[in-house]
Write a protein that binds this ligand. Structure first.
Ligand SMILES: *Cc1c(COP(=O)(O)O)cnc(C)c1O
Length: 354
């Protein structure tokens, strides 16, 4: 068998893994436990019936961009849409990173920022968060001044830690940055603040969002970015033509009509998060504050990996981050339905009190 060597700079690369185990309670991938409203499914089915299946979809996704622009109070030219926010991030990095360029991340954070940056051939400068996973604004400024990154990733709320950045972090970063600042807000609606208010045509800032988490639509693979018009025009040149199919364009447009129902679901998950955090704080755990639909914690009395396995044995799957750099013994649980959360807390206290 002939094996053709991959690009030299990719030979050491590992793929992105999120193990799937077949268990009763799955709280490992930050999906919503709640389906979108039935009225959404009904409206979507009606509109899909009207698709011209023999034709390519609207290449500019005008309808969807307009609906998103109305939702955020911006212009359609400020909105770029793609197949999940991962494709948004990929397009952003193909456009602004690549060989000879630098991308900055603050670890631990969402692995795909650095991963995709490396695939484009960029150099990645990984800087540290504080031990409580918050960002030190002074350090962010130092990284920007020393490494002069073409793209700097912030992630608020940060995956996998749940940390919400203070406004000072972004304000100071923007004041010093000659490059682009990309704020990944995949969990934006779960948090008390957003970077969307700071966007304007003169600021090299983009905010990336997704339908996967807050909109209960992980199956659809739809994400977007809000940013300056000139930047969105550049992304449109790089992304593949007709990359966004007609079904997806309709799904996003119809979903936006159900924003109040989405916010209701987000409100419920935030209240469940607070209930879960209170329960975790009563156990022998270090619990990190979260503004997202998940909570990171670390057992004090046994290795994280053992706790993770003991939960799997009880039919509860959460994310094992215990072997990831800077996250020793840490586990991340996604907020599920009230029953799933009860089941998780019950199993967790059984294990810890043994
Ligand atoms: C889940 C997640 C994404 C992925 O979003 P998709 O739209 O499903 O591609 C992006 N960023 C962060 C921080 C995430 O946690």
């Amino acid at each position: 068998m002939v094996r053709v060597p991959v690009r030299d700079d990719l030979s050491a690369l590992e793929g992105y893994h999120s193990p799937q185990v077949d268990v009763r309670v799955r709280l490992n991938t930050n999906e919503s436990p709640l389906a979108p409203p039935p009225e959404f499914i009904a409206a979507l089915s009606r509109e899909i019936a009207g698709i011209s299946w023999n034709r390519y979809p609207d290449r500019t996704a005008r309808g969807l961009r307009t609906a998103l622009a109305d939702h955020h109070g911006v212009h359609p030219e400020n909105v770029f849409v793609a197949n999940g926010s991962n494709e948004v991030i990929q397009t952003l990095l193909l456009t602004f990173a690549g060989p000879g360029r630098t991308v900055a991340t603050f670890e631990p954070t969402y692995q795909l920022h650095a991963h995709i940056a490396r695939i484009t051939g960029a150099r990645v400068v990984e800087s540290e968060r504080r031990p409580d996973f918050s960002l030190d604004p002074q350090q962010v400024v130092e990284v920007i001044e020393t490494s002069r990154p073409h793209v700097t990733f912030l992630c608020s709320p940060n995956n996998p830690t749940g940390t919400v950045d203070t406004p000072e972090v972004l304000e100071r970063a923007l004041a010093r940055s000659g490059g682009l600042i990309a704020v990944d807000e995949a969990y934006g609606q779960f948090a008390p603040r957003s970077a969307l208010d700071l966007l304007d045509e003169e600021t090299p800032l983009v905010v990336v969002r997704t339908f996967s988490k807050t909109w209960s639509m992980a199956a659809v693979r739809l994400g977007y970015l809000v940013g300056p018009k000139w930047l969105v025009a550049e992304l449109d040149k790089v992304v593949l033509p007709y990359h966004l199919d007609a079904v997806k364009q309709i799904a996003g447009t119809v979903a936006l009509r159900f924003a109040p129902q989405m916010l209701e679901r987000v409100g419920f998950l935030v209240s469940e998060r607070e209930r879960l955090v209170a329960a975790l704080n009563g156990l022998d755990l270090e619990v990190f504050p979260s503004g997202a639909n998940f909570v990171l914690f670390r057992p004090r009395s046994l290795p994280g990996r053992h706790l993770w396995q003991a939960l799997v044995d009880r039919g509860v799957l959460i994310r094992d981050c215990s072997s990831w750099p800077r996250l020793s013994d840490c586990l991340r649980v996604t907020i599920g339905s009230a029953e799933e959360n009860d089941c998780f807390v019950q199993s967790l206290s059984d294990v810890l009190k043994r």
